[in-house]
Structures are given as structure tokens and as C-alpha cells.
Design a protein around this ligand. Sequence first.
Ligand code: ZN
Length: 512
Amino acid sequence: MTQTRAIIIRNGRLATRGLRADPADILVQGDTIAEVGPPGLAAPADAIAIDATNQLMHPGLINAHTHGHGNLAKGVGDRWTLELLLAAGPWISGNRTLEDKYLTTYVGAVEMLLKGCTACYDLTVEFPLPSIEGLEACGRAYADAGMRAVLAPMVAELTFYESYPGLIDLLPAAAQKDIERLRLAPGDATLKVMRDAMQGWKFDREQVRPAVAPTIPHHCTDDFMRQCAVLAREFDVGLHSHVQESKAQVIVGLKRYGKTQTAHLQDLGLLGPNFTVAHGVWLDHDDMQRLGDHGASVAHNPGSNMRLGNGLADLRGMLARKVNVGIGTDGANCSDNLNMYESMRLASMVSKSQGPDTDEWLTTDEVFAAATQGSARALGFGDKLGRIAAGYKADIVFVDLHNVNWMPLNNAVNQLVHTEDGSAVRHVMVGGRMVVEERRLKGVDMAALARKVESARARLEEVNVPNRQLFERVEEVVNTFCPGLAKMPYHIDRFGSGHHGHDHAAYVGRKG
Ligand SMILES: [Zn+2]
């Protein structure tokens, strides 16, 4: 992805400079920003000039948590809790061919790029275990689209049903038998594939790098979790897991471990700077402290947390305890888009909706930093992505200031977080290469892509009929059992003394 001639970007306004984004020139050498300076910045005589007049430049947004396999399932569900979504997994993500795995990932990359996002952390799933070819197909999708990604096979040993003690006993006998075919591969086989995949990794790690994602702690044995951590350390890659996302999960975790899942993960040795908690809606202050002490990250997905009824995360509590916070969209099967501008807006609103104490609220600067620098650190790219500064990769979004979103430009960062919705994104540069130009992904025939997607959708709908029917047979039991768990009394000490917001546990306990 390297350009040999230098690039000089002139006349653009830099989003993070002053209230109304002061003008700045950017010199790019190869795939990296060499210098950022005042208008008229010196550049080599043969540098390619890009005129960014009437454009606002910001670092590419970074999606700290998504699922490439979810993109072919956008809009399938509506009133689904997290547990119903998990039960729907074999229906909405099942029976995928290698080409489907490429296509679903590629569609997500296209959406993210068009909406100003240049890198993501993708937790992708294959049944009954990951495959080297499957991971290569997903990696190729990002490389072809021209986007960066951390690609983590999402793995477990137990199915959703096996991970909730008592749930299977309540299912109709025929469904009990049917879910046997959903069994996952033994942990050792899964670990071996991940090891082989990382040993033979074919992609440029600056563009597509691997990571390890034991999906949800109580879907794994302790030994499997430990082995995942060993693997991540051995290959110096990230570890990512959904932790304390729903209240039902918290109750199951407390029953199984006698402590919170985060406390248990600390005991297992998983917490560290390479560890990312997805969601963390139900972290208490001690959990946040544990994560902060270990330099770990939380990927905050406000859209998904609301859509699945999991509640509102406490970002101020996390930041106060030095947790690195990134922002994500989660999968399109539960959010139902991959729009990082919307995620920023929701992150700000979620923080502000929990009470009138403005000190507890995130500022737009904090939200914007989370969606860029915070996410970059969660991806393991903290020193290379998330800023427009010398030494950082040239991943730059150009926003059209003549779009109605920017009439007028009063405050650049406030408007990026609260006003922009992706419709003003005009160009997107990744590693010094224009990937999106004049709102179009270069070299992509959208009509042809749409035809391929529709044909995959129709075929998958057909072959997954038995999986859909199985979901329909278990839906009522899952939707009684899991909210039942969530009604159990559990007081979460999240706000401590001095917080004037309402009680979070009461908020979630009220629903269902
Ligand atoms: Zn997720």
C-alpha cells in the first residue's frame, strides 16, 4: 500500500485544531505522515498535491468492536435480547461457504470506509471451529477493500445453551436433541488452528493482523481461557472477550466463579495491556479498577447495548480508573449498521442520559479521542493510528464542509460527534492511498456487489431454514429463562458516593 512519491495535502482544516478547525498542510511520505504544519508547508518538488479546500480533515475513525460475519444479517432481528441473538446465531450466521465469509466481511469493510472508518477489530466466527482458509478469506476482504483490521477468530468450547446451567432442561425434548448438532469442536483443536493460522499469517501486519477472542468467559473452560492468553502472549497479539455485557451473564458468572467475571479473568492471568473487554456494561468499580491497573481496554458499543436491552455503560467510571476506552459499533446483526459517527453520538448521549451531574458526562473531545486514539490502542496500534501527527499512518478522512451538516461550522469536534452522520464524508485515505474518492469506493462496482450479496442472502435463507425453525422452537424458553436470571437481585456498586445519577441496576431490573 506504499506510495513512492510524497503527497502534500493543502488548504484543508484540521478538526482538532481550535474551535473552527484551523487550516493545516499535511506532508505524507510513503504510508506515513511526515509533517503537519501551517499553510505553505515545504514539500518535495515532485510531491503529488491534493487540494482539500472546504474540507475538514480528521483521523480515520476506528471501530473497536465489530463482527464481520454479522453484515449479511443486518436487520434480521428486532426485539432480541443478547441471549436471543446468541440463540439465533446458527440461523443468521450458519452454513456459510468460504465465499460467503469473504463477502460478509467485505460488505462491512465497504460500509465502514464509506462512513469514515479506516480500521476495525473484527471478531469473526466459524462453526464448529475456525479455519485457516476462513480467516484468510476474511483477511483478504479487508486487504482488497484497502482497510486495516485486527482479525480475531471468536472461539468457545460451550454452546450458548451449555453455558447457561439449567437452560437445556427446560427445552422441549426434540429441541434438546437438535441442539446437539450445534456442539463446538474440542478446545485443543480450536487452539491448534489459531496457532497454525498465526504461524503462517500471510497478511502485512500493519494492515491485517491476528488476535485471539475467547468469545464469552462462561462459554469457555478456565483452561481454555488460559491457553488463549498463552497463545496471545506467544504471538504478541491482542486478546478480546465479551465481559459482563448482559445482567444474565453477570448472574451466571457470579454463580460459577463466586466473583465477577473480570475478577475471575484477573485470577486466570488474562488481564493486561493487550486485553479488551467488549461492552462491560455491568462492570462494577472494582472491575474497572482491575482493568485500569492492568492497562486494559473497554470497547464501548452504545448502540448494541441499547438495542439488546443490556443497559447503559458507565464511561466516566472507566476513564476515572484509567481504563483505556475505545468505541465500536458491534455487529450489524445487532446494531444494525457500522456507522462510527452514530456510535460517537450515542456514546455521548448515553453518558449524558444517566443524570444531570454534568461532571459525569463525557465531553465531545473525550468521545472523539475514544473513537480514534482509544480504539487505536485497543487494536494494538496506539503509536501508529488515531492521530494526524508526524510518525502516524496517513489514515485521513476528508469531510465536505459544503454539506448541510456543516452549515455553519461552529465547533468542529462538537459537530463531528453530534452532527455528522457520515453523509459529508467525501474522501478517505488509508496509508497514503485514496480508498474513497468523491464518496465512492475506488474500483468497486456497487451494483455487482449488491447482486452477489442478494444471491448469497437468498441461498443462506434457504439452507438455514432448519436453524431458523430451531430458533423459533426455543425462543420462548430462552426469552423467559434469561430475563428471569436478570431479575435476580444484584446490586452493582458502580457510582459510589457522590454520584447523583439513577441506579443502573434498577434501570435494567425494570425491564423484562
Ligand atoms: Zn460482540
